[in-house]
Design a protein around this ligand. Structure first.
Ligand SMILES: *Cc1c(COP(=O)(O)O)cnc(C)c1O
Length: 401
């Protein structure tokens, strides 16, 4: 979308505003499918937590994607969006057995990620086929908070505990039909990923009832020019070949699953904000905008870089700014940025805000969460209304004091 189109959207729907280009989601999906085209059976399960708007889910459903859910509420949203239960995979971490049972009652494929829950689940429901999440203990991923496959990570069952799992499986009679791993976000090192792959495939060999192998996700997307990106085409070629050979060795055609979130939706979205104040100080010119960590937490939580442009004055002379939010904490969207000259009331575009952006938004400082708009084949659609004062009061119980 060009600057004029984005400006027109803020005039129509106000600011701050999340905008998603559904055609980019489609092209990312096709890129991924094409990269693995030599695999006989491939499922791309979109990780709902990246962006759970029902309309985004519907776009993916129409592409024949599946979904990866990490809470029973995400499962319900996926059903609401029209996904068949056989397309819904439930891969939570550390949840109660009751929540697992709710998911299996709906007919959803579950993944178990601890010895204790596997034991309890197996004793009660030996006839429900399960998938196991293993932890390959391979360090991958950028930020420590999102690197989840390393030795001290809480996720999955350690590969050093495979004998214990096998004992539980044979004692309870549980059937393991899938093996899963998710090593974390921001994988750019294909070698590290392939090392984890070998560990995963070795685990598959420990069971003779496997039907699918789930490689999780963690594909890195570029956040700024010159950024490294997972080379999906190269990875697709290498991994597909390894996977196909493995199927021959295993003696059965297995389904290969990926669970991308960021890769599918990150670049499709942006957050449009309005400049409230231009504030020169002795060393820094601060640009205060009508948004903050309540709407986009990634820069503060993960130190992530989001490219910022001034769409009201794209040809202006570049100056150095710190772009900050209006929350009463340090909420800097970007510091020391060279951006074309900014004036009050200009609209800034914060790029790559399709994933882990609105879905992590809150009402901190009692601010409303923004509206969301989806652009699809040239038409724009409001897909979430801006909140109002009623939303802040909705679940508060006012007692008579
Ligand atoms: C978050 C998550 C994903 C998606 O990760 P991305 O980095 O957004 O692709 C996939 N699988 C599981 C189990 C997850 O928790």
């Amino acid at each position: 979308m060009d600057n004029q189109q984005l400006l027109a959207l803020t005039e129509k729907y106000g600011s701050p505003l999340y905008v998603y280009d559904a055609n980019i989601i489609e092209s990312q999906y096709h890129r991924m499918v094409n990269a693995f085209s030599s695999v006989k059976s491939l499922n791309i399960n979109y990780a709902v937590k990246a962006n759970s708007n029902i309309n985004i889910l519907k776009v993916l459903k129409n592409l024949d994607a599946g979904v990866d859910c990490v809470s029973i509420q995400e499962v319900l949203l996926a059903i609401e969006a029209g996904f068949e239960v056989n397309k819904i995979f439930f891969t939570p971490s550390g949840i109660s057995i009751e929540e697992m049972e709710k998911a299996t009652a709906l007919g959803v494929q579950i993944t178990l990620d601890s010895l204790s829950v596997t034991q309890k689940f197996g004793e009660k429901h030996p006839n429900i086929p399960i998938c196991l999440r293993i932890n390959p203990h391979v360090m991958a991923g950028g930020n420590h908070k999102i690197s989840v496959g390393h030795i001290d990570s809480k996720f999955g069952i350690s590969i050093h505990q495979i004998e214990d799992v096998k004992k539980i499986i044979s004692e309870t009679g549980l059937k393991v039909i899938g093996i899963h791993m998710h090593t974390g976000s921001d994988i750019y090192n294909i070698e590290a990923f392939l090392t984890a792959t070998e560990i995963l495939l070795n685990t598959v060999k420990e069971f003779d009832t496997i039907e699918f192998v789930d490689f999780g996700s963690g594909f890195k997307v570029p956040y700024k020019e010159g950024d490294i990106e997972t080379n999906i085409e190269e990875m697709g070629e290498t991994l597909s070949k390894r996977f196909n050979d493995f199927c021959t060795e295993y003696g059965r055609d297995l389904t290969l699953i990926f669970e991308p979130g960021k890769f599918l939706v990150s670049a499709a979205g942006c957050l449009l904000v309005k400049v409230n104040v231009v504030k020169p100080t002795p060393n820094i010119v601060f640009i205060g905008v009508d948004s903050g960590l309540n709407h986009l937490l990634r820069p503060m939580m993960y130190d992530s870089y989001h490219h910022i442009t001034n769409i009201s004055n794209p040809e202006g002379k570049e100056k150095i700014y710190d772009i900050v939010g209006y929350i009463c904490e340090n909420d800097t969207f970007g510091s020391n940025r060279s951006i074309s000259k900014i004036s009050e009331n200009d609209i800034l575009c914060i790029h790559n805000a399709g994933a882990y952006s609105f879905s992590m938004a809150s009402n901190y400082n009692s601010r409303y969460r923004p509206a969301e708009v989806m652009v699809y084949n040239g038409e724009d659609y409001l897909i979430r209304k801006r909140e109002t004062f009623e939303d802040l009061l909705k679940n508060q119980v006012i007692i008579d004091l």
